[in-house]
Design a protein around this ligand. Sequence first.
Ligand code: 1GP
Length: 244
Amino acid sequence: MSVKDYLIERMAIGTIHMTLVDPDKQDTELAAEVAVNAERMGTDAIMIGGSTDVNQNNLDQTAAAIKRAVGIPVIYFPSGAHAISMHCDALYFMSMLNSRDVRMVIREQAMAAPVVKKLGIEPVSMGYILVEPGMKVGEVGQADLVARDDPMSALGYALAAEFLGMDLVYLEAGSGADQPVPAEMISTVKSVLSVPLIVGGGIRTPEAAAAAKQAGADAVVTGTLVEKDGYHQELESVIEAIKS
Ligand code: 1GP
């Protein structure tokens, strides 16, 4: 089964959880350990990526170690064409729709596409929409951030992604955001969108995860949560809130 079909099948049953691992934040052994723990707790896929400091070397090593350790899909969450790993099952072939930089909208993708084709990695298309505060990814991506009180702008970008034929839409507040994407924005987008909606950035508590789910998120992504020691209980409670 393709990774896209796997995700769509799971999301049709209920909200899923994906664990984001940044290859720059720990050694490969620890990255694999985090992935194994997350899988055991019920996460549905491992995403690998980071806004800065991901290179071919740390990506390949992390992806290979995680791939060896888990049975769930390993999906690359790229920040550009500079690093692509054949050790991932798929990659989000994504466009930052509200970037002012054409490189983030389509040029990096045009550079990456022949490599993706050659390596035979499954591309899963995704419209990526940056919401305030946007954090590092909003900054390096030169995003015209969607204001937190402007759900209609998010709706416009999301629907445009669907009409352009993208498989998924991702509302991103940015890794480490002090506040996640507002529930009202999630529900506004969800009310018109026919493709699955992924939400991430700043979700660290079961309450925040449950709020995203209640508002209509088909998938919730957490990353920073697993970067601190003793993350086990928090990750478990976040996954439980999403699955219950
Ligand atoms: C970042 O949305 C993800 O792309 C995860 O964000 O690190 O804040 O969980 P956090």
